[in-house]
Ligand binder design. Structure first.
Ligand SMILES: Nc1ncnc2c1ncn2[C@@H]1O[C@H](COP(=O)(O)OP(=O)(O)O)[C@@H](O)[C@H]1O
Ligand SMILES: [Mg+2]
Length: 195
């Protein structure tokens, strides 16, 4: 299965979500063959992995970069998670074409949701919006959920709350997966149980 994390905006937690979802998949099934592809030229996921391995608690899956041709040739063995750049390029289209599921990350603000819809419209049926960095007590959050429901969006029931647990995890191998454990569970159920 190939899962990509996409949004045309930076700072919506694509990289954080890529790492945590791969960790959650590994935690749910340590035998699953997992790889994370860093398709963002800024290489934040690779930087995260290198920093973790230098601290001798490396991530339990390989993280590497791949070009358009390599992504085009990906097979769907095990689990491949692709972290993408905050721009919409030819590579993004290749990634969308190869993905079984495109997770569109968005924080619960009207601007992020507008941008998310544009990406959803490109990804079509494969798209599911994941609300990230949410402060669930705010009016923005409640209104975002109401508008997604009203507009018939395909979105995760799981919401990734705003927390320093995530922002301070850069460069570590996170073992407490918090909301991402539940998000991974939701993916497994929605995709009829990747093991
Ligand atoms: N749930 C969260 N709560 C608080 N901060 C978060 C959360 N998720 C990500 N962050 C922080 O937000 C910033 C952007 O996250 P990042 O994953 O790099 O986004 P992107 O890859 O979309 O640019 C980083 O500083 C990260 O640590
Ligand atoms: Mg990133």
């Amino acid at each position: 299965m190939i899962i990509s994390l996409i949004s045309s905006k930076g700072g919506t937690a694509k990289t954080t979500s890529s790492i945590y979802l791969a960790c959650a998949a590994h935690s749910a099934n340590p035998d699953l063959d997992i790889r994370l592809i860093d398709a963002d030229p800024q290489q934040s996921a690779l930087d995260w992995a290198d920093t973790a391995s230098r601290s001798s608690d490396g991530l339990p899956f390989p993280v590497f970069v791949a070009n358009d041709a390599q992504i085009g040739n990906l097979t769907d063995d095990g689990l491949t998670i692709i972290d993408t750049a905050p721009s919409f390029t030819t590579l993004t289209r290749t990634i969308i074409g190869k993905s079984d599921l495109c997770i569109i990350t968005a924080s619960p603000t009207p601007l992020d949701i507008r941008r998310a819809w544009k990406t959803v419209n490109v990804c079509g049926d494969k798209a599911a919006i994941l609300i990230t960095r949410a402060n669930t007590r705010t009016k923005d959050f409640r209104e975002t959920l109401a508008s997604l429901r009203e507009d018939g969006a395909n979105f995760f029931d799981t919401v990734i709350r705003s927390s320093v647990h995530y922002s301070q995890a850069f460069g570590t191998n996170p073992r407490k997966l918090y909301d991402y454990a539940q998000a991974w569970q939701e993916i497994r159920e929605a995709t009829n149980g990747i093991e």
